[in-house]
Design a binder for this molecule. Sequence first.
Ligand code: FAD
Length: 557
Amino acid sequence: MTNTQQPIAVSSPPDHIFPTLTGTQLERMATLGRVRSVRRDEILVDEGQRQAPFFVVRTGEVSIVRPAAGGAALVAVLRSGQFTGELNMFSNRRAIMQIRVSADGEVIELDHAHVQSLVQGDAELSDVLMRAFILRRAELIANGLGDVVVVGSEHCAGTLRIREFLTRNGHPHAYIDLDRDAGAQELLDRFGVTFDEVPVLICRGQLVLRNPSNRDITDCLGLNDPLDTERIRDLVVVGAGPAGLAAAVYGASEGLDVLVLESGAPGGQAGSSSRIENYLGFPMGVSGQELTSNAFAQAQKFGAELQVATGGSRLVCADRKYAVDMAAGGRVQARAVIVATGAEYRKLSLPNLSKYEGTGVHYAATPIEAQVCGDEEVVVIGGGNSAGQAAVFLARRCPKVYVLVRSQGLAATMSRYLIRRIEDHPSIVVHSFTEVVTLDGNDALECVSWRNNRDGRTDVHRIKHVFVMTGATPNTRWLDGCVRLDEKGFVKTGPDLTAEELAAAGWPMSRAPYLLETSRPRVFAVGDVRGGNVKRVASAVGEGSIAVALVHQALKD
Ligand SMILES: Cc1cc2nc3c(=O)[nH]c(=O)nc-3n(C[C@H](O)[C@H](O)[C@H](O)COP(=O)(O)OP(=O)(O)OC[C@H]3O[C@@H](n4cnc5c(N)ncnc54)[C@H](O)[C@@H]3O)c2cc1C
């Protein structure tokens, strides 16, 4: 039945990933759950099952098995005191593994609701379970042990998009690179898969999707819960960057019925940061992906509902009854709304930019892009902290990193610690007063030229990868005129709104808007989308949490 007799090797300490509960912890579990006998070969959870129950082994043995073509692979064997489950225990996502009884015995079974109340009410068990669930998911990701295989090419924008979407959703996947695996290319040719249909995604061993959209992937993997559009939520948060995730964690933990809509994957701009070093409490730095995926798990632990690949397309604000229309269709209603849609990097004004976006022109510098660059020279455009971080990160791998800034230098825009690292790094070269003037190449980017605006000199370099990190424009189009914006399109809030602006917007309350409240009562804006924001993870998180306290107040008014 299994083609692997030994469990797959894990890199974290096994007693952290598969801890054994103490006798008293087992007793506490037993009071919440149902104790029952199980027989060898009984399937407790099947791969693909939603809302899989949680099991603790009292006696006997339970195996975690990964169904795979050509036989199943044994991942782990659980014995007395050990338990099943991983991060999708907190969501309604499908089980990635099968769990079957390998020796007769007794288990404690808990359903989803009981696991949720257990982790919220029992701090000790919450720690044990949370740590194990997060480490298990990390192991699955590290070993590519998922229910998805992506067959693609690093020269294809769709491949990068899909791998990033899966990674940022914390969904483990295996990757087959067509450029390195001639057999895979031959197979796709035989099935008539054209270049435009790459990448191919094999979803849950059943469906073959050709260059699917993020929404297609979400539907196939069941990343979203079925959405109840009849229920009026206390709070709809739009955007799941640091600000939106903080609002979700605080809102849900304080008893609000919270729904988060995210147009892409959770994490926002922070999720694309290779290392955040100035966030309180992380002296060694933390990757944006790690920080935001933990925040995502935390929001789910408290019961927030999160829909990915589900952008808000319009805020509906007539009659002071709020609703958000979704790009994929449908509408959700809310007593209060938190706008946390952040900002997007500005694009270069070059005519053929879009031809190279996703393959040669990048807006994030994560390990996925670094892998694609290999050992090539690269260009980073921009003088802010994100450009500095990208340059330092890429210089670990790339032989030369050119940092191009239009202004005199980095001092006015970049943190001192990053400037020092750039200055000290032998592979990073900064060109001031310089901008890219042309991008060239046939199918892929091959050549970049840049001009020094002081002496007019233009240099041409054989470079295949450009990282654009040049300031941001706010994601406010979907607000559809409902709230007052400043001259740059950011949302105005609290004391920034003048009496004239409030009168023009028809502000209906006798009180002034709360801090972070927009020109509509009970609609708040937080993080990078807000006028006057300071473009920091910490401030986005702070504003998300403050806004929740104000939502409570506004709902009482
Ligand atoms: C590469 C990089 C490195 C950085 N490094 C640091 C650092 O070291 N330290 C630091 O403090 N800050 C850093 N920053 C800045 C920091 O990441 C941002 O200030 C922070 O992410 C802002 O959070 P936010 O939630 O307000 O917005 P964002 O992070 O922009 O998140 C907004 C979210 O809303 C979603 N969205 C947009 N429109 C819609 C819609 N219509 N419907 C639904 N969802 C939508 C987006 O997909 C996104 O997920 C960095 C930024 C970048 C890009």
